[in-house]
Write a new protein. Structure first.
Lengths: 577, 253, 365
C-alpha cells in the first residue's frame, strides 16, 4: 500500500477510492460553476435589465453591462445541464458509488477497474466540451437542458443552436458513455464481487440505491445516446428526424436545406425516456445514503429493510413508464396522457412507503444529532415537500396549468437540492473519517446545516406561489406581464436568499479546508457503524448478518458489526431480514 | 441543538402553511378561473392541496416530534426493530388506495379538456405562433381558412362569451406553448401539426396569453391577449375587421 | 480558530443571515445599464487616418443629438419643432429620455444602441434587424422612397413584420409606442446626419457647427415631405373575383406589363431568373443587394407571409410604390415609352388579388 508510485499513476489510478474522490472534487467544483449561473439568473429575475455584476462588465460592456435575452437562455440551459449531468449524477453515483461499493460489500476493488477509471476521465473532456460553448460563435447551447427540437436542432432557430448546441450534444454523449462505463462496473461488482456471506439482502441500502440507479442508467442511457445521434445527424447530415415540413425558421426555409418530414415529438420521447429515469438515478443513491445515516446515527435498524429494497426496485421499474408526464401538453395523444397519469400516481407509492419507513426508523431511535444526521433529517423533510408537490403534476388537468411554471422549478429543486444535495452533505460528513481519516468539525457542520436548511427553504418555497400565479420558467423578464409585477418582492426575496445560501456554503468549504489540514487521527469507526466499509482491516471478511444490527438486541454494545462473532450468548447471530 | 432542530421542522411546517394560506389574498395564486373547465380544475387542485397539506403537516410534524423524543437524554437503547409486515401492509394499501382514487377521479376531466383534439368542428380562429409573436387568423364570412375573406390580427384574439370556442394551433417555426392562465388552458403548439384546443369563456374581459414552451430568446415576451366579448359585439367586431381589412388607405392607413 | 468562531452560536447565525436577507431586500436598487453612443463602423473606417476629424464629428453629433442617457434634438435652426413634421395628435408621448429607456429594454437587444441593427441578439437573425441610420424604411404607406411618417413607424410597431423576428408591440401602451416611434426617428436622423457629415468632411475637409447644422437640415428636410406622398385609393377596394384573379395572372406573367415573373418566378416561388446569378463558387446566389449591402431575395409569394402587411391595401402599396431599399420597383406611376401609365389602379388590384390567391388554396381547417 505504501509503495512509491509516480504522481501520474497516483492520479491516473484504477483505485476506486481515488476515483471516487476525483468524482467528488470535480463535482463540487462544477457545483460552484452551476451555482454561479443560478445567481446570475436570480439577479436578472429580481432586477431585470440592470447592470449585472461581473457578467455584465465581462460580456456586455457596450450595451450597458446588461445581459441580453439570448444570454439568459444560455444561463438556464447551462445551469440545468451542469447541475444534472456534472454535479448530481456524478456525486450520487460517481463519488459515493466508487467510494462505497467495494468497501460496503467487502470487495477489494471494482470488477472492471480500468473501465471504471475511464468513466471518470471521460467526464473531463465532456465538461471541456460543454464549457467550450461559451467561446464559440453564437455562444453556448441555449435551448434548455431539455434541448427540444426544432429550437435546438435547427441552427437558424437561436444563437446557441449553432456550434454551442453541437458541443452540448457531444458533451452529453461523452458523459453518457462515462456513466455507462461506471454503471456497468457497479452492477458487475455488486453482482459478482460480494464478500462471502454478503447476500443481496444483507447489503446496506446505499448499495441498493447505487445498484438500482446504475441499472436505470444502463437501460435508459442508450435511448438518450440514440436521440443524440439522431440530433447530430439532423445537424451535420441534414437529415430531418425531428424536422417537420414547411417550416421557415430564422428566415431559412428548411425544406430547401435539409430533409424534412420528421416529428419534434420524437425527440421529446427519446429524451424523456432517459431523462425521467435520470431523476431517479439522482435520488435513489441519496435515499440509500439517508437510510444508512439514519440507522447509524439513530442507533436503530432501518425499519422494513425488505420493503425498502422492494420500494427501490419498484421505483426503478416504474421509472421507465412515467416519462410522458413531462409531455402531457406536448400534443401527444390524450390516451397516452391518461396512461402516464396512472403510472405517475403509482410511482408515488414506493416513495411514500420509504418515507413512512424512515419515520418508523426514527421512532424510538436514540438520535445523535451529528451533522450527517441533521442533513439526513433535512432530507426527509424536504423530500416530502418535493414529493407531495409532485402530486399536483401527476393530475393531468392540474398539470396543464402547472407545466412550465415555477411550481415545477420548486418541485425539482426541493428533490434535487433539499433531497440529493442534503443527502450528499450527510454522506460526506458520515464517511469523511473513513476516506479522509479525519472527522469534519461538528460545530461548523451544524452552522452549515442550519443556514442551508433555512436559506434553501427561503429560496425554493415561494417558487410554488410564483408558479401558481402563472409565472413561467425560462423567462428573462416575467414583469412583461403586468399581473406579475406583484410577484417582484418574492423574486427579490428569493434572490437575496439565494445569494446568502451560496455564500453560506463557505462554512462547508471552511470545514473541509480546516479539517484536511489536520493529521489523519480519526478512529477507524467513530460512529460505531456495523457495515463493512468501517472494517478496513479485514481483507477477506465473512459476513454474518445484515448491516443494521443496532439497539437493545445487539449484544453487550448497542451495535453488532456485520462480520463480528457475537461475544454474548444473549444475542443470536442469525441473519437479519 | 435538539430544540433548534425540532424547531426548524416546526418552522418549516409553519412557513409552508403560512405561505400558502396568505397566498390567495396577496395575489400569489392562480387568477380567478374564467372558463367553464377552470372551476373543475380548481376543485381538483384544491382537493389535492388539502390532501397534500394533511400529509405534509402530519409527516413533518411527526418528524419534529420524533427528533425531539429521540434526542432526549437516556441510557436506554433503541429497540432492535427490523420492521412490521402488517404495518407495512396497512400503509401500503391505504396510500395506494388514495393514489389510485386520485388517478381515477381525474380521468374524466382530462378527457373533457382534450375533447377538441380529435374533433372536426370548424375552429373559430387559427392561432399562428412564430418567433416571437402570436397572430390570429379568422376565416371570415365563408368560415373557411385560407380564402380571400380571411383576416389576421396580431396579439389580440377576440372571442364570444359563453360559447364553446375551438382554436386551431399552428407554429411556423419551433414549438411554442399557448397558455391562458385564467382559462386553465395550455397546449403546446407543435410545428408540423394543427392541434386543436377549446375553451368556453365565462365572463367578459381581457385575459393574458403567455407562451409556455421555450422558443428562443424572445420567449419571455411572447405575449398576447384574449378579449372575451358578447356575441353581438363579436359579430360587430368581425364586420369592422372585415371592413378595415379591405380599407382603401384613406381613413386609417 | 474554533474559539473565535464560537462567539456566535449556530442558531444565531441563522437569524443573522435571515436578517441580512430581509434588510438587504429593502432599498436595493441596481441601476439600469448606462449606455453610450458610439460612432458607426463606417465613420471609424473613414476617419482611420484623421483622429482629429473623428473627434470633431463625434463632438458635433453629440452637440446636435445629446448622449445616450440624454438624447435630444438640440434646439437650433436645424429643425423646426418635431410636431410640425408629423400628424399624430397624442400630446402625452414620452420624451426622448424615457423613450430611450423603453428602447433599451424593448429594442436595443436587436437594433443596437445607435439603431445600427447590431445589438447582441442580432447575430444570426435572418433577415437582419433594421439599421435605421440610412433613413430607409421599407414598409410605409408612401411612394417615392419617402421617409416614413410617425404613423408608418407606429404601424410597424403595432403589426410587427410578419415572417421576421420583428414582433408586434401591442402589449405596450399606444403612448409608449408613439414615444418609441419618435426615438426611432431620432436614431435614424442622428445616424443619417453622421454619414452626411462624414461625406461633407470628405468633400470639403471641414467639420464645424455650421457644417453640422447644414447636414442636419439636409437630413431633416427629407422627413418633411412625407405627407404628400401617401398612396391611397379612391373609392372601395375591388373585391377578389375569378375574373380579376385571371387578369392579375396575365399581368403577372406579362413581361411588358407587370413582369413580376422575372424576379418572383412563374409560380411566384421567388425563383425568377432576373433575381439570381451564379456566384464565384458556382452556386446560385441572389443577384441584388439591398441598401444595407445584404443579398436580397424576392419573396416567395406562395407562403402568404407579407412583411409589410397582408391586407389588400398593403399589397397595393408594395406594387404601386415598390419597396425602398431593394429592387422591388414602383409600378404605380411607371410609364410606357409614350408616357402612358404602365398599369391602371384597377390592374394593380388584379395583381393584388392574384398574388393573394397564390396562398389561398381554401384548405378546410
Amino acid at each position: 500500500m505504501n509503495e512509491r508510485r509516480s504522481l501520474f499513476s497516483r492520479v491516473y489510478s484504477v483505485d476506486h477510492e481515488t476515483i471516487g474522490k476525483q468524482y467528488l472534487w470535480t463535482s463540487l467544483a462544477m457545483l460552484v460553476v452551476g451555482g454561479l449561473m443560478a445567481l446570475a439568473m436570480r439577479w436578472q429575475l429580481a432586477w431585470p435589465w440592470t447592470e449585472m455584476p461581473v457578467v455584465g462588465s465581462l460580456l456586455f460592456p457596450r450595451t450597458g453591462r446588461v445581459i441580453s435575452p439570448d444570454f439568459y437562455t444560455v444561463l438556464f440551459t447551462m445551469h440545468g445541464t451542469i447541475m444534472i449531468f456534472f454535479v448530481i449524477i456524478p456525486l450520487a453515483l460517481g463519488a459515493f458509488g466508487n467510494l462505497l461499493v467495494p468497501a460496503m460489500i467487502g470487495a477489494q476493488h471494482m470488477a472492471f477497474p480500468r473501465l471504471n477509471r475511464a468513466s471518470y476521465w471521460l467526464t473531463l473532456p465532456a465538461i471541456a466540451c460543454l464549457l467550450a460553448g461559451f467561446f464559440v460563435e453564437g455562444g453556448a447551447a441555449s435551448a434548455g437542458w431539455t434541448g427540444y427540437a426544432p429550437l435546438a436542432t435547427v441552427e437558424s432557430a437561436a444563437q446557441g443552436a449553432r456550434l454551442g448546441q453541437t458541443l452540448w450534444v457531444v458533451s452529453l454523449t461523452l458523459s453518457g458513455i462515462s456513466s455507462l462505463l461506471g454503471a456497468v462496473t457497479y452492477v458487475a461488482t455488486i453482482a459478482c464481487c460480494r464478500a462471502s456471506g454478503m447476500t443481496l439482502m444483507r447489503m446496506p441500502l446505499t448499495i441498493w440505491g447505487v445498484l438500482t440507479a446504475a441499472s436505470l442508467q444502463i437501460v435508459a442511457l442508450p435511448m438518450l445516446t440514440a436521440g443524440s445521434v439522431l440530433q447530430l445527424a439532423d445537424r451535420w447530415l441534414h437529415t430531418g428526424f425531428f424536422t417537420p415540413q414547411n417550416l421557415v425558421i430564422g428566415g431559412v426555409a428548411l425544406d430547401a436545406t435539409s430533409a424534412t418530414g420528421g416529428s419534434p415529438l420524437l425527440w421529446q420521447h427519446l429524451f424523456w425516456f432517459y431523462s425521467h429515469p435520470a431523476v431517479y438515478v439522482m435520488v435513489l443513491p441519496a435515499m440509500g445514503i439517508v437510510s444508512d445515516v439514519l440507522a447509524v446515527h439513530g442507533r436503530k435498524p432501518v425499519f422494513g429493510y425488505k420493503p425498502m429494497v422492494i420500494a427501490m426496485c419498484t421505483i426503478c421499474v416504474l421509472g421507465f413508464v412515467v416519462w410522458g408526464h413531462h409531455m402531457f401538453v406536448s400534443g401527444m395523444s390524450p390516451a397516452a396522457g391518461t396512461a402516464f397519469a396512472l403510472s405517475t400516481f403509482l410511482i408515488a407509492l414506493p416513495s411514500s412507503i420509504k418515507t413512512f419507513n424512515w419515520l418508523a426508523t426514527l421512532h424510538g431511535a436514540r438520535i445523535r444529532l451529528t451533522t450527517s444526521m441533521l442533513f439526513a433529517l433535512g432530507f426527509v423533510a424536504l423530500f416530502v415537500v418535493g414529493g407531495l408537490s409532485g402530486l399536483w403534476m401527476a393530475a393531468t388537468p392540474v398539470d396543464v396549468y402547472i407545466h412550465d411554471t415555477y411550481v415545477v422549478v420548486a418541485h425539482f429543486h426541493y428533490i434535487v437540492f433539499g433531497g440529493t444535495v442534503f443527502a450528499v452533505f450527510a454522506g460526506i460528513h458520515h464517511w469523511f473519517p473513513r476516506f479522509f481519516g479525519r472527522v469534519l468539525d461538528e460545530r461548523l457542520g451544524r452552522i452549515h446545516f442550519v443556514g442551508t436548511f433555512v436559506l434553501s427553504n427561503c429560496v425554493f418555497l415561494m417558487m410554488h406561489q410564483l408558479g401558481l400565479a402563472g409565472m413561467l420558467r425560462r423567462t428573462a423578464d416575467p414583469y412583461v406581464y403586468e399581473v406579475f409585477e406583484k410577484l417582484k418582492p418574492i423574486n427579490v426575496f428569493i434572490t437575496w436568499s439565494a445569494i446568502s445560501l451560496a455564500a453560506w456554503q463557505l462554512w462547508f468549504v471552511l470545514n473541509l479546508v480546516l479539517t484536511l489540514r489536520k493529521k489523519r487521527t480519526a478512529p477507524s469507526n467513530p460512529w460505531n457503524a456495523c457495515s463493512l466499509e468501517w472494517n478496513e482491516a479485514a481483507t477477506e471478511p465473512i459476513v454474518l448478518r445484515g448491516p443494521y444490527e443496532y439497539g437493545a438486541a445487539a449484544g453487550d454494545e448497542d451495535w453488532l458489526a456485520q462480520t463480528r462473532e457475537s461475544s454474548s450468548q444473549r444475542v443470536s447471530s442469525s441473519p437479519s431480514k | 441543538m435538539r430544540a433548534l432542530t425540532a424547531l426548524l421542522f416546526v418552522a418549516l411546517v409553519a412557513g409552508v402553511v403560512w405561505s400558502f394560506a396568505v397566498a390567495p389574498e396577496r395575489g400569489w395564486w392562480m387568477p380567478t378561473s374564467a372558463s367553464s373547465v377552470g372551476d373543475d380544475v380548481d376543485r381538483l387542485f384544491h382537493g389535492i392541496t388539502a390532501l397534500i397539506a394533511v400529509a405534509f403537516v402530519g409527516v413533518v410534524g411527526w418528524l419534529a416530534w420524533l427528533v425531539w423524543r429521540g434526542t432526549r437524554a437516556t441510557n436506554e437503547r433503541a429497540l432492535t426493530n427490523h420492521g412490521n409486515a402488517r404495518l407495512e401492509g396497512v400503509w401500503t394499501i391505504v396510500t395506494g388506495a388514495i393514489l389510485l382514487t386520485l388517478a381515477i377521479v381525474q380521468l374524466a376531466l382530462w378527457n373533457t379538456m382534450q375533447s377538441a383534439r380529435a374533433s372536426d368542428v370548424k375552429p373559430l380562429a387559427r392561432v399562428v405562433a412564430a418567433q416571437f409573436e402570436w397572430r390570429f387568423r379568422y376565416p371570415g364570412v365563408d368560415a373557411v381558412f385560407d380564402t380571400a375573406d380571411d383576416f389576421e390580427t396580431p396579439y389580440r384574439l377576440v372571442v364570444p362569451v359563453g360559447e364553446r370556442v375551438t382554436l386551431e394551433l399552428r407554429s411556423k417555426d419551433v414549438i411554442h406553448g399557448f397558455f391562458v392562465p385564467a382559462f386553465r388552458l395550455k397546449q403546446d403548439v407543435l410545428p408540423g401539426s394543427a392541434l386543436r384546443t377549446w375553451f368556453e369563456a365565462r365572463s367578459i374581459g381581457e385575459y393574458d396569453v403567455v407562451c409556455s414552451q421555450l422558443c428562443g430568446a424572445g420567449h419571455y415576451r411572447m405575449a398576447g391577449k384574449i378579449q372575451v366579448v358578447a356575441r353581438a359585439d363579436f359579430d360587430a367586431w368581425q364586420s369592422s375587421m372585415q371592413l378595415a381589412w379591405n380599407s382603401n388607405g384613406k381613413e386609417k392607413p | 480558530m474554533h474559539r473565535n468562531l464560537d462567539r456566535l452560536p449556530g442558531p444565531a447565525r441563522g437569524v443573522v443571515s435571515l436578517l441580512l436577507v430581509t434588510l438587504g431586500s429593502c432599498g436595493f436598487d441596481p441601476t439600469p445599464g448606462s449606455l453610450q453612443f458610439s460612432l458607426s463602423k463606417a465613420t471609424i473606417e473613414a476617419t482611420r487616418d484623421d483622429l482629429a476629424a473623428r473627434a470633431s464629428i463625434e463632438h458635433e453629433i453629440t452637440a446636435l443629438f445629446g448622449t445616450a442617457s440624454d438624447p435630444r434634438f438640440t434646439a437650433s435652426d436645424a429643425w423646426p419643432s418635431a410636431a410640425a413634421a408629423d400628424h399624430s395628435t397624442s400630446a402625452s408621448i414620452p420624451d426622448l429620455v424615457r423613450s430611450g429607456r423603453n428602447y433599451a429594454r424593448e429594442c436595443l437587444a436587436c437594433h443596437g444602441v445607435e439603431g445600427g441593427g447590431d445589438g447582441p441578439s442580432a447575430y444570426g437573425l435572418n433577415p437582419k434587424p433594421r439599421d435605421f441610420r440610412n433613413g430607409i424604411f421599407k414598409y410605409t404607406a408612401l411612394k417615392d422612397q419617402s421617409r416614413p411618417r410617425r404613423l408608418d413607424i407606429l404601424r410597424t410597431l403595432e403589426q410587427g413584420v410578419a415572417g421576421t423576428s420583428m414582433p408586434n408591440f401591442q402589449r405596450l401602451s399606444s403612448t409608449e409606442r408613439e414615444g418609441l416611434a419618435e426615438y426611432v426617428r431620432f436614431l435614424s436622423v442622428r445616424g443619417e446626419v453622421e454619414s452626411v457629415l462624414v461625406a461633407t468632411w470628405k468633400e470639403e475637409g471641414e467639420i464645424n457647427a455650421d457644417t453640422a447644422h447644414e447636414a442636419a437640415s439636409i437630413v431633416w428636410s427629407r422627413w418633411l415631405k412625407s405627407d404628400s406622398k401617401l398612396v391611397v385609393f379612391d373609392g372601395d377596394v375591388p373585391l377578389s373575383t375569378p375574373e380579376r384573379i385571371a387578369r392579375g395572372d396575365a399581368l403577372f406573367h406579362d413581361g411588358l406589363k407587370g413582369n413580376c415573373l422575372s424576379c418572383h418566378g412563374a409560380t411566384g416561388a421567388g425563383d425568377g431568373p432576373a433575381a439570381w446569378k451564379i456566384g464565384v463558387d458556382g452556386k446560385r446566389e441572389p443577384a441584388y443587394l439591398d441598401a444595407w449591402g445584404e443579398p436580397i431575395r424576392p419573396r416567395d409569394l406562395r407562403d402568404g407571409v407579407f412583411r409589410g402587411g397582408a391586407r389588400p391595401i398593403d399589397l397595393y402599396r408594395r406594387i404601386y410604390a415598390g419597396i425602398p431599399g431593394g429592387p422591388m420597383p414602383a409600378l404605380g406611376e411607371a410609364q410606357t415609352k409614350d408616357g402612358a401609365p404602365l398599369v391602371t389602379p384597377d390592374e394593380i388590384w388584379c395583381l393584388v388579388h392574384y398574388v393573394r390567391s397564390l396562398s389561398q388554396r381554401g384548405e378546410a381547417p
